[in-house]
Design a protein around this ligand. Structure first.
Ligand code: 13P
Ligand code: SF4
Length: 309
């Protein structure tokens, strides 16, 4: 406890000295969320990164999110507590393989989920997040065929919501959400019959079919807080519990263990710790460094997304 208090003070001091802001995703540990200037989902954090004034962005999330912040703030230093805070969706879609797919499908527009590498973003026509994916696809003329990368579950959900027939989907998946099982959700529903179900669109279709609400991390939090119900089954990473309980302390939230780790934690997000955040602020490393050419190419699809939603 004392150690945590002194690390928190060190971080506050370094933050002042560096003129830094701390951005944290909802999947970070509570002690990181509590000292962040802003906590949000991937879209909100992309926006916050753009609005912020200062010299350093300490991004407590995963690497692709920090890369997005760097593209939007090329003149600022962007650091991440742990360089290995990656993402299975990013790993599933290497830029070289995407270029091969594009070459086989000329005339298709590339819609990329924000959970992609900066090189994949640079190959894309427009980006989306779990919050705005349906709106983004709806913003594209109906006759334009689409390649959607890399999340198969989000892609299937968007195709169903938009009715787009000519939309091919990459076969990537999130190791946390894609391994939530409908059978475990059914069991939880019979144990908690009055609970409403909220799910992230990276979950499999049979899980989404049982959900009362489907949305991004922040959308799930806001929806649960706004409902009259007092009990919820939440099909996303358990880091959101912290914001849910802060916003709606009188409500009960159940999280279902997935088939991957028998928990509902993202192992990449959980690599970040207070100690690593302090060290990153002290050393200004690990730091996101991108070439001006890559920043320019990746910025276009990000700006197009931000203009739509
Ligand atoms: P959000 O867009 O809801 O923040 O999701 C990002 C993510 O990595 C989900 O696993
Ligand atoms: Fe990637 Fe899944 Fe972790 Fe989100 S929860 S960062 S999609 S591995």
């Amino acid at each position: 406890m004392l150690a945590t208090a002194s690390i928190t003070e060190e971080i506050a001091e370094l933050k002042r000295a560096r003129r830094a802001i701390i951005l944290a995703h909802h999947y970070q540990d509570p002690e990181i969320q509590d000292l962040a200037d802003a906590v949000g989902d991937s879209l909100e954090l992309a926006r916050k990164a753009r609005a912020f004034e200062g010299d350093v962005i300490a991004f407590c999330g995963v690497w692709f999110m920090a890369e997005t912040a760097k593209v939007l703030n090329p003149e600022r230093i962007v650091i991440v507590p742990d360089r290995d805070a990656g993402c299975s969706l990013v790993d599933s879609c290497p830029a070289g393989k995407l270029r091969e797919w594009k070459a086989k499908n000329p005339g298709y527009a590339i819609v990329s989920y924000i959970n992609t590498s900066i090189e994949v973003k640079a190959e894309s026509d427009i980006l989306c997040t779990s919050r705005n994916a349906v709106n983004i696809v709806n913003s594209i003329p109906a006759e334009q065929p689409i390649l959607f990368v890399p999340d198969i579950n989000l892609g299937n959900y968007v195709r169903e919501q938009t009715g787009r027939a000519d939309m091919k989907i990459w076969q990537g998946a999130c190791i946390v959400h894609a391994t939530f099982a409908a059978r475990k959700l059914s069991r939880a529903r019979s144990e908690h019959p009055s609970a409403l179900v909220a799910a992230h669109p990276e979950c499999p279709g049979d899980v989404l079919a049982m959900a009362d609400f489907i949305g991004s991390t922040s959308a799930i939090i806001d929806w649960c807080a706004a409902q009259n119900a007092s009990e919820f089954i939440v099909m996303t990473e358990s880091g959101v519990r912290h914001s849910l309980e802060k916003l709606a302390p009188e409500k009960t939230f159940h999280f279902i263990p997935n088939e991957q780790c028998n928990c509902s934690e993202c192992p990449y997000m959980k690599r970040n710790t207070l100690e690593k955040l302090r060290d990153a602020l002290r050393n200004l490393s690990p730091r996101v460094d991108l070439s001006p050419e890559l920043i320019e190419r990746a910025r276009r699809p990000i700006d197009r997304m931000l203009a739509v939603q």
